[in-house]
Design a protein around this ligand. Sequence first.
Ligand SMILES: NC(=O)c1ccc[n+]([C@@H]2O[C@H](COP(=O)([O-])OP(=O)(O)OC[C@H]3O[C@@H](n4cnc5c(N)ncnc54)[C@H](OP(=O)(O)O)[C@@H]3O)[C@@H](O)[C@H]2O)c1
Length: 265
Amino acid sequence: MDLGLKDKKALVTGASTGLGAAVALELAREGASLIINSRSEERLEKAADKIEKTTGVRPQTVAADIATEKGLALVREVVCQDNKKGSVDILFSNTGGPPPGQFLALPETVWDESANLLLNSAIKLTRMVLEGMIERRWGRLIYLTSISVLQPVDDLLLSNTYRAAVTAFCKTVSNNYARFGITANCVCPGYTATERLQNLAQKWANDAGKTAEDILKGFGEGAAVKRVGQPEELAALVTYLASERAAFITGSSIAVDGGANRALI
Ligand SMILES: NC(=O)c1ccc[n+]([C@@H]2O[C@H](COP(=O)([O-])OP(=O)(O)OC[C@H]3O[C@@H](n4cnc5c(N)ncnc54)[C@H](OP(=O)(O)O)[C@@H]3O)[C@@H](O)[C@H]2O)c1
């Protein structure tokens, strides 16, 4: 299937490891040119090496913390270098996750930090790329959220709160800009094997007096398919949503969770 991505440029944030790295690699395999971002230059260059080794094309890299204005300004310089309105056709908006914890255990400052990390980064990245998409009458906005949007996860209060806001933002943007050939969708991973999942499993194991392996096994058992996901499984959906073929899918939040969510829709 030709996904029509060969002349498209994608910005993938949080792309040095985990879900973002898998999305960047898959888009590059389909021929999209890439700008990839994460905070650590070293980890980002390693991800760029892997993409170059697999596809023969090296992505542009921009090491920056997109939870900060300074970091966003660095990304903007790269995104808007050819065209003031930005030359990005596909945005995959993603960062690391917020700390786990219940309300009284979380310091007050973490609320603003997590708003910047999860919600404001998505809004500001959208502002960076949207005008160029409108000018070219084509765009794909794809926001990483979580199955916590479908059913809140007890120990992930910050994720539950801000990802719901990203979902509302995405839905409204999808309605407002559909007439310009722009789609906006959220992808909602269930438990997927990444560094983040390993860290969460360790924290919850410590809380419960269990091992991280026990917790990971429990994550898998909670899904209908009886395993956790692989980052490539989310990347396959994102790549499809980024494609020409997905022009009629907009304003949706799509779970990639192995059937963990038991709701009808
Ligand atoms: N894995 C799961 O089971 C799962 C399920 C639902 C939702 N999620 C969510 O999906 C997102 C990605 O998860 P993951 O599992 O792939 O996590 P991960 O393995 O920790 O990867 C996070 C990526 O984001 C980058 N990053 C973190 N903070 C950043 C910032 N402020 N600015 C720019 N880049 C940043 C990290 O690289 P640097 O360290 O170099 O910055 C890394 O490349 C997270 O928000 C997570 O909460 C994950």
